[in-house]
Design a protein around this ligand. Structure first.
Ligand SMILES: Cc1ncc(COP(=O)(O)O)c(C=O)c1O
Length: 415
């Protein structure tokens, strides 16, 4: 039995089946490389779902985590720690909001949960029924009950319905529908600038402008979920900084601590002063180890000029993908921004293309039936971009014209 097969058997016995069975187990990472339990080396163009933006085992993060773990791991939020305060100051600077205040959560869903609760309290100060939220179809905001409800993917609601019923969804590309949905009872509009899990779909600027305008007209807050797009993934520190719109609240998680569990809900203006002691809390959020990791991430991005160098890599990757579109009947288009890109396919075969990439030890994922997502680290090299494009090109031609493979399908590698 291979090392992977042994782990698979143990996992089948004792892990809940919330995820499809995994065909690969990783044991180590270094930069863009992942090493599996059977001794193979992979190229990681997914980053654990847009998380490890500095690559695996980045020495600055490793050093910061080790030093903090050897000094102080946890105190609870009854006490202050330097790493959390420094990170809050840092996030205020990166948003450009002098008056920003930050609530630290453990992940994207809990950062969004905080944002929704903040908006409901803000709304209820105006009148008691001002608790409704408008969100976009196709969005993804998390799996807690409130963030699941905000998630505009009805199939994900079905096993848990009925939900509380406080969210109205409108199409992601219809500014008039958004304006019409916002009423006196709306406390917030919640949206992503680029819908990540929704298939790497940029939300049109007119929708962002309509959201800002209608929130202002109705005393509602604009909450921008940058859990996936934040910390340089799409180019700037925050994706909204490439748009004419400034939100009241922005949430981040994923890449913030390069893989340690940390989320942040960052508010400005009147939203910054909504929560009072006792309104919201968490045991682990903002613990000194995760915040030390995040400070190291932000230091490294700044010191190494990674936003600028990632933009250069992003251009090369995008141009390469556009080349694949020109050369393959199966590739139909490229969408997304920066290093969050989706390759649109002409047929719902993204899972097959992903499997064909896995057979070439390239990690990408099928984010929609007809879209393959690429989210390499900001540190990705030019050579790694070219290797990934070559593997993807082969994968596309294999799926377009499946080879006659003498091995049974069960013997072929899948991620
Ligand atoms: C935009 C967005 N919001 C929220 C979440 C939920 O984050 P988490 O899985 O850390 O709870 C995700 C996760 O993919 C996301 O992409």
């Amino acid at each position: 039995m291979t090392a992977t097969a042994g782990l698979q058997a143990r996992a089948a016995a004792h892990l809940m089946t919330t995820y499809p069975p995994a065909g690969v187990a990783f044991v180590r990472g270094q930069g863009t490389a992942l090493f599996d339990a059977d001794g193979n080396t992979w190229l990681d163009f997914l980053c654990g779902l847009a998380v490890t933006s500095l690559g695996h085992a980045h020495p600055a993060v490793t050093r910061a985590v080790a030093a903090q773990a050897g000094t102080l791991v946890h105190t609870s939020n009854l006490f202050l720690t330097e790493p959390a305060v420094a990170l809050a100051e840092r996030l205020a600077r990166l948003t450009g909001w002098d008056d920003a205040t930050v609530f630290f959560a453990q992940c994207g869903a809990t950062a969004n949960e905080a944002a929704i609760k903040l908006a409901r309290k803000h709304g209820k100060r105006q009148h008691p029924d001002k608790v409704r939220v408008v969100a976009l179809e196709g969005s993804f905001h998390g799996r807690t009950l409130a963030t699941l409800e905000a998630t505009g993917q009805p199939a994900k609601h079905v096993p848990f319905a009925p939900l509380a019923g406080f969210v109205d969804h409108v199409p992601h590309d219809d500014p008039d529908a958004l304006r019409a949905a916002v009423t006196a009872d709306t406390c917030a509009v919640l949206l992503e600038v680029v819908q990540g899990e929704g298939g790497v779909r940029p939300v049109p600027e007119e929708v962002l402008l309509a959201a800002r305008e209608t929130c202002d007209a109705h005393g509602a807050l604009l909450l921008v979920d940058e859990v996936q797009t934040g910390i340089g993934r799409t180019g700037p520190w925050f994706a909204f900084q490439d748009t004419p719109v400034v939100p009241d609240v922005v949430t981040v998680a994923k890449a913030l601590a390069n893989g340690l569990p940390l989320g942040a809900c960052i508010a400005r203006g009147p939203a910054a002063a909504v929560f009072a002691p006792g309104d919201h809390a968490t045991t682990f959020g903002g613990n000194p180890v995760t915040c030390a990791a995040a400070n190291a991430v932000l230091d490294t991005i700044e010191a190494e000029g990674l936003l600028a160098s990632a933009a250069v890599r992003a251009r090369r990757l995008r141009q390469g993908l556009e080349g694949l579109v020109a050369g393959s009947p199966l590739a139909r288009g490229v969408r997304g921004r920066g290093l969050l890109l989706g390759l649109e396919l002409a047929a719902p075969v993204a899972a097959d293309v992903t499997a064909a990439c896995a057979a070439r030890y390239l990690v990408v994922n099928a984010v929609a039936p007809d879209v393959v997502r690429l989210a390499p680290p900001l540190t990705v090299s030019r050579q790694e971009v070219d290797l990934a494009l070559a593997a993807l090109e082969e994968a596309l031609s294999e799926v377009a014209q499946p080879p006659t493979d003498p091995r049974p399908a069960s013997n072929r590698r899948t991620a």
